[in-house]
Design a protein around this ligand. Structure first.
Ligand SMILES: [Zn+2]
Length: 183
């Protein structure tokens, strides 16, 4: 955990200043942590919370996430989040990302590794964008034979069968660090 990790019983705030929020309790004098986690003070609502490590795996608006594509629909992709701002997460939270406006034969395939930015939480669903240059596919394979592909300008070409295809590539495409995610 980071340097501001807190432990059960740790003092979070004075009850004169803050109410006990989630994962905390009020001992009559202080708001204290009921779990390990990270202090999360809501200054405007005057509530002191503790974010449990499991809650830390829920990305916030503005976070950059990397994950594997779980489903591809005509208007969106669903992505299982593996990293939030570069930190691995084991919780397997999913987000959705609209792709309707992207003119590519295949924006991404199931199993591709993509980078996205979280834009909002709406009706219990986490929404992301792929529209900026650094967002998009980091790792993909040939749709025909499943072998390695290389980038050719905006397209990709299979090193095995020479099939040429398209993805919404990230400017970080080809960064091999993510190959290990494929297991
Ligand atoms: Zn191929």
């Amino acid at each position: 955990m980071s340097e501001n990790a807190i432990f059960p019983g740790d003092k979070i705030a004075s009850i004169e200043e803050y109410e006990a929020g989630y994962n905390t309790f009020d001992d009559g004098d202080m708001v204290r942590a009921a779990t390990i986690g990270k202090k999360d003070i809501d200054g405007s609502a005057r509530i002191a919370n503790v974010r449990h490590p499991k809650m830390l795996s829920i990305p916030r608006v503005g976070d950059v996430v990397i994950g594997s594509v779980a489903a591809v629909m005509s208007s969106m992709i669903a992505v299982t989040i593996e990293f939030i701002n570069g930190n691995p997460t084991a919780a397997k939270v999913e987000c959705v990302c609209p792709i309707r406006s992207i003119r590519k034969k295949n924006v991404a395939l199931v199993g591709d590794i993509v980078a996205l930015k979280i834009v909002n939480h709406l009706n219990g669903t986490i929404h992301a964008t792929i529209m900026e240059p650094e967002f998009g596919v980091l790792f993909t394979k040939c749709r025909k034979c499943g072998k390695r592909v290389v980038q050719m300008r905006d397209a990709i070409k299979c090193t095995e069968c020479s099939w040429i295809d398209e993805r919404k590539l990230s400017t970080n495409f080809g960064n091999g660090d993510f190959v290990n995610l494929r297991g």
